[in-house]
Design a protein around this ligand. Structure first.
Ligand code: PLP
Length: 474
C-alpha cells in the first residue's frame, strides 16, 4: 500500500544513535575548508558553508542536528525507490565482500554487470540490446558521442561530426557533456567544444513566441531543425541529442508530437537520435523508459544514470541499438579493439545495487505508483497557480516545476537580487520540505514512493512557503 511504502525502515533510536557520533561543528569546518562543491555559489559559501545531511529513510532525509525533511528532490532526481533500502545496502555489501572490483577490459567480466546488461536489454525498447557502462550521466553522454563518431568513421562518413543539441539542455559537465549542455550560465567563464555542437532552440511551451498555437510552435521547431540541416548539410551532422523533458533547464515541456517529428527528420537525414533519459528514465514519468512509452520515439541510443541505481552507487549506461552494435562489435582493423571505457565500467557493486533497485521497482510496481500519484501531484501543484508570483506550473508525473515571475500576464521575471527561487526553497525547508531552487524556478522531483497523503503534506507546505515569500517580497 502507499502507506507501507513510506514507512521508515529504522527506529527513531537508530536515527539518534547514527547522528550522535557526528560533531556538527567539526564537520561544517572540514567541509568548508576542503571540499570544492559542485554548482555552489562561492559568494556565500565561505561564510555559510554547507548543510550537512547525515541520515535518510523512506521519503525523508535528516540533517546533522536531527531535523527531518521530506525529500522533494530525490537527492538530485535520483533516489527513485526512496532512502534507507536495506536490501540494496545488503546486495552491495554482499558483492563487495565477495568481489568488490575486477576489470571488465580484455574479455573479463563479472556476474552483476552481465546480469544487469541482460535485464536492461529486456526492459528497454526492443532494438536496444547492448549496454555500454559508464560512471554516471555525463560520462554516458560523453562516451556516446565518441562511439557515434567512431561509428560514422567506420561507415566511411568521417565528416559526420556535428551534434545537435538545444539551448537550455543539460547533459552534464565533462568537457564534451558541458559542451552539449545549452544552459548559458553553466558555462560562464568556462570553455566549450563549440565547433562540435549546434544549439537549436529549446522546446518551451510556456515561453513560445507570442501568438503561436501549440501546433504552430511544433512546426516552427521542426522547420528550424530542417533549415539547419539544409544549411550545414546532413553529411556533417552525426546526431541529435535531447532530454524528453528538459530537466535542469527548467522542466521545459515540448509541444505535443515534437519528439516524434524531430526523430523522423533525423532518420530521413541519416542523423542518429540520442535520448538523454538520465532523469526521465527509471520511473519518473511512470515507465522505465519514457522515449517509447510516452513520446513514441525509437532512439538509436538511450542514456541512463541516476534512477538506474537510485543513487545508491554511481552508475550510468548507454543503451545501444542492434544496428550500431553491428558496427561497434566488429574490429576496425586487424588487432584493433574498441579502445574506450572506464576502470569502473560495469562496476560489480554498482551493478549489484542496480539489479536490486530494479527488483524493488518491479516488485512494488513503482512505475504504477507514479502513474497513479503523478497526475495527482500535477493537479495539486497546479492549485498553487493562484499565488501572484507563480507564472507557470509545469511538468509531468514526478518531474515538476514552478516558474516564479514578477508579472503573470507578461511572464516578466523578478530581479535576480530578489532570489525568489531560493526564498521559496528556504521557506519550504523551514516547514520540513526540501525542494530545489534553480534561479527563479523551483523544481519538485520526489522519490517515486510518495503517496497522495505525502503530496497533500508537501503541497500544503509549498502553499505556505509561497505565501511567506510573496509577503516578504512586498
Ligand atoms: N543528463 C541529464 C538529463 C541530467 O539531468 C544529468 C544530471 O543531472 C546528467 C546528464 C549528468 O549526469 P551526472 O551528473 O551523473 O554526470
Amino acid at each position: 500500500t502507499p502507506t507501507s511504502r513510506t514507512q521508515t525502515t529504522s527506529t527513531p533510536q537508530d536515527q539518534k544513535a547514527r547522528t550522535a557520533d557526528l560533531d556538527a561543528e567539526t564537520l561544517w569546518r572540514q567541509d568548508r575548508d576542503h571540499f570544492i562543491h559542485p554548482f555552489t555559489d562561492f559568494s556565500q559559501f565561505h561564510d555559510k558553508g554547507c548543510e550537512m545531511i547525515t541520515d535518510s529513510d523512506g521519503i525523508y532525509v535528516e540533517d546533522v542536528h536531527g531535523n527531518r525533511f521530506i525529500d522533494g528532490i530525490a537527492g538530485l532526481w535520483c533516489v527513485n525507490v526512496g532512502h534507507g533500502r536495506r536490501e540494496i545496502a545488503q546486495a552491495m555489501a554482499d558483492q563487495a565482500s565477495r568481489m568488490a572490483y575486477f576489470s571488465t577490459f580484455n574479455n573479463l567480466s563479472n556476474a552483476p554487470a552481465s546480469q544487469l546488461a541482460a535485464k536492461l536489454a529486456e526492459l528497454a525498447p526492443a532494438h536496444l540490446n547492448h549496454v555500454f557502462y559508464t560512471c554516471g550521466g555525463s560520462t554516458a553522454n560523453d562516451a556516446t558521442i565518441r562511439l557515434v563518431h567512431y561509428y560514422f568513421n567506420r561507415l566511411g562518413k568521417p565528416n559526420k561530426k556535428r551534434i545537435l543539441s538545444r539551448r537550455n539542455a543539460y547533459h552534464g559537465t565533462t568537457y564534451l557533456a558541458a559542451s552539449l549542455t545549452g544552459i548559458e550560465s553553466n558555462n560562464w567563464s568556462f570553455d566549450t567544444l563549440s565547433e562540435l555542437v549546434t544549439h537549436l532552440s529549446e522546446a518551451n511551451l510556456y515561453r513560445r513566441p507570442e501568438g503561436m498555437s501549440e501546433s504552430e510552435y511544433c512546426d516552427h521547431l521542426v522547420n528550424e531543425l530542417e533549415a539547419h540541416i539544409a544549411k550545414i548539410g546532413a553529411d556533417n551532422i552525426a546526431a541529435f541529442i535531447a532530454e524528453p523533458i528538459m530537466g535542469a533547464g527548467g522542466v521545459l515541456m515540448a509541444p505535443r508530437g515534437y519528439h516524434k517529428r524531430i526523430q523522423a527528420v533525423c532518420r530521413a537525414n541519416d542523423i542518429l537520435y540520442i535520448a538523454d533519459e538520465v532523469v526521465t528514465g527509471f520511473g519518473r514519468l511512470g515507465h522505465f523508459f519514457a522515449s517509447e512509452a510516452v513520446f513514441e520515439t525509437q532512439p538509436d541510443i538511450i542514456n541512463i544514470a541516476k534512477g538506474l541505481s537510485s543513487g545508491y552507487s554511481p552508475l550510468g549506461a548507454s543503451l545501444i541499438s542492434d544496428e550500431l552494435y553491428a558496427v561497434l562489435g566488429t574490429p576496425q582493423c586487424k588487432g584493433g579493439v574498441l579502445s574506450t571505457g572506464f576502470t569502473y565500467s560495469g562496476h560489480p557493486v554498482s551493478c549489484a545495487a542496480a539489479l536490486k533497485n530494479i527488483e524493488i521497482m518491479e516488485r512494488e510496481d513503482i512505475c504504477a505508483n507514479v502513474r497513479e500519484v503523478g497526475p495527482y501531484l500535477e493537479q495539486s501543484l497546479k492549485s498553487l497557480s493562484h499565488h501572484t508570483t507563480v507564472g507557470d506550473v509545469r511538468g509531468s508525473n514526478f518531474m515538476m516545476c514552478l516558474e516564479n515571475v514578477a508579472d503573470k500576464a507578461t511572464g516578466e521575471l523578478l530581479p535576480v537580487e530578489a532570489r525568489v527561487g531560493d526564498r521559496v526553497a528556504e521557506e519550504a525547508q523551514k516547514r520540513g520540505l526540501i525542494i530545489r531552487p534553480v534561479g527563479h524556478l523551483n523544481v519538485i522531483s520526489p522519490t517515486l514512493i510518495w503517496s497522495r497523503e505525502t503530496v497533500d503534506t508537501a503541497v500544503t507546505i509549498l502553499d505556505e512557503a509561497l505565501s511567506a515569500t510573496t509577503a516578504s517580497l512586498k
